[in-house]
Design a protein around this ligand. Sequence first.
Ligand code: 6PG
Length: 237
Amino acid sequence: METRIFENKETVAKSFSAYLSDLISSKAEIHIALSGGSTPKIVFDELAAEYGDKIDWKKVHFYWGDERCVPPSDSESNFKMTQDHLLSKIQIPAENVHRIQGENEPVQEAKRYSHVLEKQLPSQNGMPHFDLVILGMGDDGHTASIFPDSIDQWEAEDLCVTVAHPVSGQIRVSLSGGIINHAETVAFLVTGKSKAEKVREVIQKEGNFDSYPASLVKPESGNLIWFLDEDAAADLR
Ligand code: 6PG
């Protein structure tokens, strides 16, 4: 596990974008699961502005770690956020963008998306294998759309599960833990003061860390990188 700490969210976005660009250059084809949230949004802006014409997007396949069950035109849609901030600004073939269809019936969609992952991703030891899974962490320690009150879903056998948001009740489709921890690399993007306590508990295994889904992110490969700003890292020893 590695932590990389930057001054603010803008420098997190710059450094993560440079990391991503190097990773893409090193591969002939790359399969990446994206996240929703505020830090990915500025990463997408940075990628579009600084790397839009430098990255060979034809070899990149994008997937999502989670999606809200809303149409792709809805302001809550993680796909729409990515479309607005990145996909509409780069030359990526439409067939390389594998979105969770939030407009579909959620249980059916979780099944359909599991099949998409099985079909599209290279298989390693019998399980679909992402090169990179990008995750955020909520103030409550949730990651992807696995929340503390649905932490059992992390262990689900299915690659994708449905989860109700604990406050709004909004249904989400999320990857479960097995496929996340099977990725070659998992990168957390976490910024802001409101995350400092959970970042400390999860990284230093303190307090109620084992009740937070983010603590269950333990890639089999050992490649786990936390990209943090100074606010989010403020409580780390
Ligand atoms: C989502 C996410 C979610 C997010 C965290 C952190 O769709 O909401 O994928 O897991 O990454 O809630 O979000 P922030 O970066 O906005 O704090």
